[in-house]
Ligand binder design. Structure first.
Ligand code: HEM
Length: 69
């Protein structure tokens, strides 16, 4: 399995968390920014793609090797 997919999922997840927390802090002090509000979305989209890739990988491998289960 492509290792860089997993590590990019890991690091983008951490970046995503930081952006979400900064966002919540900005809202809490009434300093919400429209650009900051939408900034997590591209990161979430990347997480979705790499996450789904990691999810289907074991099933694809099993099928390719002709396993019974
Ligand atoms: C949006 C859809 C997402 C999908 C479909 C998804 C799916 C997955 C899958 C299948 C794995 C591998 C689990 C395994 O080891 O078998 C994984 C790992 C992981 N996910 Fe996600 N994920 C998503 C979003 C997120 C988000 C939003 C976060 C956190 C902000 C996150 C953080 C992580 C982390 C830290 C790992 C462990 C990576 C590693 O170091 O191996 N994921 N995810």
């Amino acid at each position: 399995m492509a290792k860089w997919i997993r590590s990019s999922h890991r690091w983008v997840a951490m970046t995503f968390l930081v952006i979400v927390i900064v966002n919540m802090a900005a809202f809490a002090i009434n300093q919400a920014q429209p650009w900051l509000y939408y900034l997590p979305l591209p990161f979430l989209f990347w997480l979705m793609l790499t996450g789904l890739y990691m999810f289907v990988q074991p099933y694809l491998l099993r099928r390719r090797s002709g396993g019974a289960t």
